[in-house]
Design a binder for this molecule. Structure first.
Ligand code: SAH
Ligand code: SF4
Ligand code: F3S
Length: 443
């Protein structure tokens, strides 16, 4: 392309957005765009947005304000909004920010080249449909560029669970699983391009039930089949719902070597009253029983979770139940949030817990979770783990990678390269990472 145009994408929110941003870059590659990491150089800026909490969504409008200034110097610059804010507030974005040329929802990314062409004729384009055609089918004409050692692969999208606080069923639509053969060809392609670890993505990834040649596959079946790909060393998946944590998936954690011993299993609250109000359809007891089963299959698994504090109606006693559940599970890692009221969700109609109370509970919850995280890191000292190295660190000859348990591990070694999988002895725990020493025999 003689006149290569430059594309800058800024990604917010979950891993699915990271995956989608890669796909958008590929789709616009066919319109002559190459990616840049400098907004100032761009001919097109895309914000791939998240609507999960109010703060996340509001950030977009202030970012758009900043990007608008770039347009003043460069009138041909196109400004686009993609992702979940685009889906939820498309028309509002067009109204609130006249500098926006294009708004595209998560199910319409395959239409980007056409939408981009429309903006070149001076039209403002808005596409927040849930089209019949499969967006992934249309996004698969990818260039064969070399890649880093880890990749995301979306296998399922959308959610039918309708937790009372959550926008995802509205922004991503109903649950859809991609067919097995599409996932396989994408996985093989990634491995050919240097990927050694694939994280299977879905808002409810363990509800996966994609079509195979001889019937549907569960996530566990899919994982076992993907494990047969030579050169693919590690498989992970995220995010799971407790109610879809089937026995075959639990068993896979016990007997599938390539499936890593890490599980993100959000519970949100430890109070049955609040879980009911959240429409979670599980109890604290059923969750704890599930954790026991998972640990029986894979005793060393590192468990991670999501928590919401200050959901409407949450009392101090409810909150105490959440702390008790955290004590009982002992998480290696976790994410926690203050409840944020989202327009259009059932919980938005309910009276809110006072902000100060939310902040206070979040601080107490995070203190407990960070004690557990620290303990889990300390427990690694002296142990030998296998690290998949991803990138150079700040120090000379330093490389950073991930252990089986998803701990970031940094180590020094002259011959280390991204993509190397090596045995490392953990010698020290730091704030959010571990320090390791290479065991000198190459694996
Ligand atoms: N599909 C996943 C994650 C969805 S969003 C699941 O079911 O677990 C990621 C996390 O954001 C959720 O697990 C929840 O903890 C948090 N979250 C979602 N909506 C929220 C809201 N309205 N306020 C605060 N946190 C929220
Ligand atoms: Fe949201 Fe609940 Fe669906 Fe997770 S399961 S995406 S929290 S509605
Ligand atoms: Fe955010 Fe949408 Fe992901 S709301 S968390 S970007 S599914």
């Amino acid at each position: 392309m003689s006149n290569a145009k430059k594309l800058f994408i800024k990604t917010y929110g979950c891993q699915m957005n990271v995956y989608d941003s890669e796909r958008m870059a590929e789709a616009l590659g066919t319109s002559g765009y190459t990616q840049t990491d400098m907004a100032e150089d761009a001919d097109m800026i895309l914000l791939n947005t998240c609507h999960i909490r109010e703060k996340a969504a509001e950030k977009i409008y202030s970012e758009l304000g900043r990007m608008k200034a770039l347009k003043e110097d460069k009138p041909d610059l196109k400004l686009g909004v993609a992702g979940c804010v685009a889906q939820a507030e498309g028309a509002e974005i067009i109204r609130r920010q006249p500098a926006v040329d294009l708004v595209v929802g998560p199910q319409s990314y395959h239409r980007l080249p056409e939408l981009e062409a429309r903006t070149r004729t001076g039209v403002r384009a808005l596409d927040t449909d849930f089209p019949e055609e499969d967006k992934f089918e249309h996004l698969s004409a990818r260039p064969k560029a070399k890649r880093g050692p880890t990749a995301f692969l979306t296998v399922q999208e959308g959610c039918d669970k309708f937790c009372a606080f959550c926008v995802v069923p509205y922004t991503r639509g109903t649950e859809v699983s991609r067919p097995v053969d599409r996932i396989f060809s994408e996985a093989r392609d990634l491995v050919e391009r240097g990927v050694r670890e694939i994280t299977l993505l879905g808002q409810n990834v363990n509800a996966y039930h994609g079509a195979g040649v001889d019937g549907d596959r569960t996530l566990a079946q899919l994982i076992r089949e993907l494990a047969g790909i030579d050169g693919l060393e590690r498989i992970r998946f995220t995010t799971s719902h407790p109610n879809d944590m089937s026995d075959d998936l639990i068993a896979a954690h016990g007997d599938c070597d390539k499936l890593m011993p890490y599980l993100h299993l959000p519970v949100q609250s430890g109070s049955n009253r609040i879980l009911k109000a959240m429409n979670r359809k599980h109890t604290a007891e059923s969750y704890l029983k599930l954790i026991d089963k998972i640990r029986a299959a894979r005793p060393d698994i590192l468990l991670s979770g999501d928590f919401i504090v200050g959901f409407p109606g949450e009392t101090e006693a409810d909150f105490a139940d959440t702390l008790a559940l955290i004590e009982a599970v002992n998480y290696g890692q976790a994410y926690s949030f203050k409840y944020s009221s989202r327009p259009g969700t059932p919980a938005a109609e309910r009276a809110e817990v006072e902000e100060q109370v939310k902040s206070d509970r979040l601080a107490r919850l995070q203190a407990l979770l960070s004690r557990q995280q620290k303990q889990a890191q300390n427990d690694m000292i002296g142990r030998t783990v296998r690290v998949l190295f991803e990138k150079p660190g700040r120090l000379p000859d330093q490389m950073i990678g991930k252990s089986e348990y998803l701990h970031a591990v940094h180590t020094t070694g002259k011959d280390l390269r991204p993509g190397d999988l090596r045995q490392v002895k953990i010698v020290k725990s730091e704030a959010n990472s571990l320090q390791g020493a290479l065991i000198q025999k190459p694996q």
